[in-house]
Design a protein around this ligand. Structure first.
Ligand SMILES: C[S@@+](CC[C@H](N)C(=O)[O-])C[C@H]1O[C@@H](n2cnc3c(N)ncnc32)[C@H](O)[C@@H]1O
Length: 249
């Protein structure tokens, strides 16, 4: 289920409770927008907690209504908010359903990943390639291999696609990586989140060749022991978890 549903339900219920409070129990609340908004936020947070939503929703619920009141008080033209919303939408797209936001692999990770590519020419795919920065770096290091990136968020895809035009061994496509058959790839790279890892494992097991590598940046496949784990010497202590799903058929 999309995490947006309980969030919207909590805020609507929070508003209804705050409204009822201002009508029945404490009428002065209606005249104070910040206090009303805080009451709504706290009620929403409580409902979110009862609905067993992840705990980080609590501060979001408490802070959102007062911030909304403050934003309205700025009297900015509606176009500013609409543009900000459109920009966020173009960058993060359907993060609510994919549960995979945009964050990028760094240069140290790209160098380490390049070392893990098999020595012979092969195809490499980045599932959800973001702005394509990682692929551009490793495609330069391995001109004998072919690199493919698939991205569904419009703005990162556009940046990746424009950036790939001059690299002949790199192809960036717009689309959903769940629809991409993985059988022809010698290395599949994924930097996603914990949410899709079991689904990815099921797909990789079915489709990947026995020798092909699945490398997950940071997120382990539940109940699977990686064949190898590579620690990257960066500040966020990136770990590359290497699996061979095709061997577990
Ligand atoms: C954490 S970012 C990683 C970006 C890039 N691979 C890197 O390592 O720098 C994950 C990306 O996957 C994209 N994504 C998530 N689900 C997707 C899907 N089903 N199809 C295509 N792209 C997807 C997101 O939009 C996001 O840009």
């Amino acid at each position: 289920m999309s995490p947006l549903r309980p969030a919207v339900l909590a805020q609507i219920s929070g508003w209804l409770i705050a409204f009822a409070l201002s009508r029945i129990a404490y009428p002065p609340l209606a005249a104070h927008p910040y206090e009303f908004a805080l009451a709504q936020g706290f009620c929403a947070a409580l409902i979110s907690y009862k609905l067993e939503a992840p705990p980080w929703w609590v501060p979001i619920h408490i802070a959102s209504p007062p911030l909304l009141v403050a934003a309205v008080g700025l009297h900015w033209p509606p176009g500013v908010w609409l543009s900000a919303f459109a920009l966020l939408m173009l960058v993060f797209w359907r993060t609510d359903s994919s549960r995979v936001p945009l964050y990028l692999s760094n240069r140290s990770t790209a160098l380490e990943l390049a070392r893990l590519i098999p020595p012979h020419p092969c195809q490499v795919i980045d599932l959800g390639c973001g702005n394509g920065g990682l692929l551009r770096m490793i495609a330069k290091m391995r001109p004998d291999c072919r690199f493919v990136g698939i991205e569904h968020a419009p703005l990162p895809w556009l940046i990746a696609w424009v950036g790939s035009r001059r690299q002949t061994n790199l192809e960036v496509r717009y689309g959903d990586f769940w629809r991409e058959p993985l059988g022809s790839y010698g290395l599949v790279y994924a930097f996603l989140s914990p949410a899709p890892m079991l689904r990815l494992w099921a797909k990789a097991r079915l489709e990947m060749a026995p020798d092909a590598l699945l490398i997950s940046n940071s997120f382990a496949v539940p109940d699977q022991i990686p064949e190898q784990t590579t620690d990257v010497a960066d500040r966020r202590r990136t770990r590359l978890l290497c699996y061979r799903p095709g061997r577990t058929k």
